[in-house]
Design a protein. Structure first.
Length: 597
């Protein structure tokens, strides 16, 4: 097969953004081919990305309940206690979640099946797949000892930053503190210097190589277009100005090693944090294996509840007319009112699970270490705190989005919530795109669709899947085929300060290598200036007055000053703000299409 493809011309530069267009993807038999790219909601299959089968409200309720149970400590042991199970069943049937005895029984059968797969103590419980996609959680993947070490190291890192130099996220009203953020000192096309001809930096020489390399190409229009046709074109999916910089991670052995600098985290000064983040990567990989397995094998997610067509109870005629949605009525309010009417008049039989219980078919297992061990991973790292005070007691929540732009080719995220103090419950919500073709051709079927699936059969082909609690000590992974949104939360005790601290790891598609910190030597003028003085303590610079030193520093064109870096970040954030809006529009614009069969 490879012989039928055109030969790849040799090149001294094989980097996307330097000698390669932004939309370049290695083809089979190319020297840099590793595998087919993972699907991405930004660009995937020809129809516009990875899509799910539309899911019933009842199944979402089942997932919500099983998530609640698996949040309980030792839930797999408590399932063996009939009295506890009886109590949980009663609570569930009384909860208003629209569950039937069948769906309740199915949930417990599925939970018992999952519990049967647990290893015996003292081995920790395995991660739990919460939602299709896969969204995966674990409260034991990171040990208590590692959590404590991360908390201590982050506190020490914070203490070294004076109040006047704290980097508050723009527009956050000093609620979000960016300790390490990829938007600061990113790759800037037409400005950043990139090593070529196979040269790379190390953790030891990345500063001394500052200024080496070629200036990254400024992308052309054709370089940044989608490889596939799309239902909804998005001209700004690729940034023509910026790219976040990942570090290179060696996963060829049992213990991951960060091989190149994490952007904005000094490897010599923060060796402890580097070691801890390496351990966090180790903890994340088994969860990423579960998250990415369905996409690695083009897996079809099998529903727990199958639907074919509406069913009605006998003798359900009624003189009462079905309620219609008022013009200014909230959709959730209408849904609740409609459901009450259906329940009262007994017209519609909502689909239910079918017994006997059978475990759902699972995708073929994926091992990132086995598949990509000799190639390594590229990971973008972020450390951020949400800091609340009695004067600023609430975080208002985020917006629906997926991480990055196509430049970063992020396929999955891992978030570790290492410290939560004096805050109310916080969650992360998810939304999915669904297959849009429906066999519905009259108004009654559209009403049935709304009652069964909770969405408008003639509207956006998206569904909110549910949310996962983001408690302290939890490791959470999810793919970039789902949108996500951080919920609002506030101080539990409004008289005291509180916080939520995270470390986020954004996994670049391991099949498509992008420019990383291996290729971009240090861009930070403050790091470079400090290294110049420390390496040559007797240089002429040390004998000059401080004012003259500062004048010389200000006159240096490269590396980049903090002031310029923040100006660049402002442009990057404005660009991504526009992009997130258009991304969300594209995510939700595809509508269910009615087909007659």
């Amino acid at each position: 097969m490879c012989n039928s493809l055109p030969a790849v011309q040799p090149s001294t530069t094989l980097l996307i953004g330097v000698g390669r267009p932004l939309n370049y993807v290695p083809r089979m038999c190319a020297p840099d081919y590793i595998g087919e790219p993972f699907p991405n909601v930004l660009e995937g299959f020809e129809e516009g990305g990875f899509r799910f089968t539309v899911t019933t409200i009842r199944e979402f309720n089942m997932l919500h309940f099983m998530d609640m149970v698996t949040d309980k400590q030792d839930w797999h042991i408590k399932l063996q206690n009939p009295e506890i199970v009886k109590k949980w069943k009663k609570e569930l049937l009384d909860s208003g979640l629209n569950m039937t005895p069948n769906t309740v029984q199915w949930c417990f059968d599925e939970l018992r099946y999952k519990a049967s797969l647990f290893p015996e103590a003292p081995l920790p419980p395995p991660p739990i797949v919460v939602f299709n996609g896969n969204v995966v959680k674990s409260d034991t993947a990171v040990s208590l000892q590692l959590k404590q070490a991360i908390q201590d190291a982050v506190r020490k890192f914070e203490s070294g930053i004076p109040d006047g130099l704290k980097d508050w996220h723009p527009g956050s009203d000093e609620r979000v503190w960016d300790l390490v953020h990829p938007s600061l000192f990113p790759l800037v096309y037409g400005r950043s210097r990139v090593l070529v001809n196979g040269e790379t930096t190390t953790l030891d020489d990345f500063i001394e190589r500052c200024g080496q390399g070629e200036i990254a190409d400024e992308p052309t229009f054709d370089d940044s277009q989608y490889r596939y046709s799309r239902v909804v074109p998005m001209d700004n999916a690729y940034s023509k100005n910026f790219q976040w910089l990942p570090c290179e991670v060696d996963i060829s052995t049992e213990n991951s090693r960060i091989m190149t600098y994490i952007n904005n985290l000094h490897p010599q000064k923060e060796k402890i944090l580097y070691d801890l983040i390496s351990k966090l990567i180790d903890a994340s990989i088994p969860l990423w294996d579960l998250t990415l397995a369905p996409m690695a094998h083009n897996f079809y997610f099998h529903p727990r509840i199958h639907t074919v067509e509406p069913e009605y109870e006998e003798d359900s005629d009624t003189d009462s007319e079905a309620p219609q949605k008022a013009e200014d009525e909230d959709e959730d309010d209408f849904m609740a009112r409609r459901s009450e009417w259906v329940e009262e008049h007994g017209r519609l039989i909502l689909p239910d699970v079918q017994f006997p219980f059978e475990p759902l078919i699972q995708p073929k297992k994926l091992s990132l270490r086995e598949r990509y061990g000799k190639h390594g991973l590229q990971i973008i790292v972020k450390l951020a705190n949400i800091e609340l005070t009695p004067e600023k007691p609430e975080y208002r929540g985020g917006v629906w989005h997926v991480e990055g732009q196509m430049n970063e080719r992020i396929v999955a995220t891992s978030i570790y919530y290492h410290s939560c103090e004096n805050i109310t419950t916080s969650t992360l919500s998810f939304s999915q795109q669904c297959h849009s073709a429906l066999s519905l051709d009259d108004e009654e079927l559209l009403i049935w669709f709304y009652d069964v699936y909770g969405c408008d059969g003639s509207g956006s082909a998206t569904q909110e899947v549910g949310s996962v609690e983001t408690r302290e000590g939890r490791l959470l992974t999810f793919p970039n085929i789902l949108q996500h949104c951080v919920s609002s939360f506030k101080l539990a005790d409004p008289t005291k300060p509180g916080h939520r601290k995270i470390i986020a790891l954004f996994l670049v598609d391991p099949n498509v290598k992008i420019i990383s910190t291996a290729h971009v030597p240090c861009q930070r003028r403050d790091w470079w200036w400090e290294a110049v003085h420390s390496e040559k303590p007797q240089s002429i610079l040390d004998h000059l007055p401080t004012e003259l030193n500062e004048l010389i520093l200000d006159d240096v064109e490269f590396p980049i000053s903090m002031q310029e870096a923040k100006e660049v970040r402002a442009h990057l954030m404005e660009e991504r703000k526009v992009y997130v809006a258009s991304q969300t529009d594209a995510f939700t614009r595809t509508e269910f299409s009615l087909c007659e069969h």
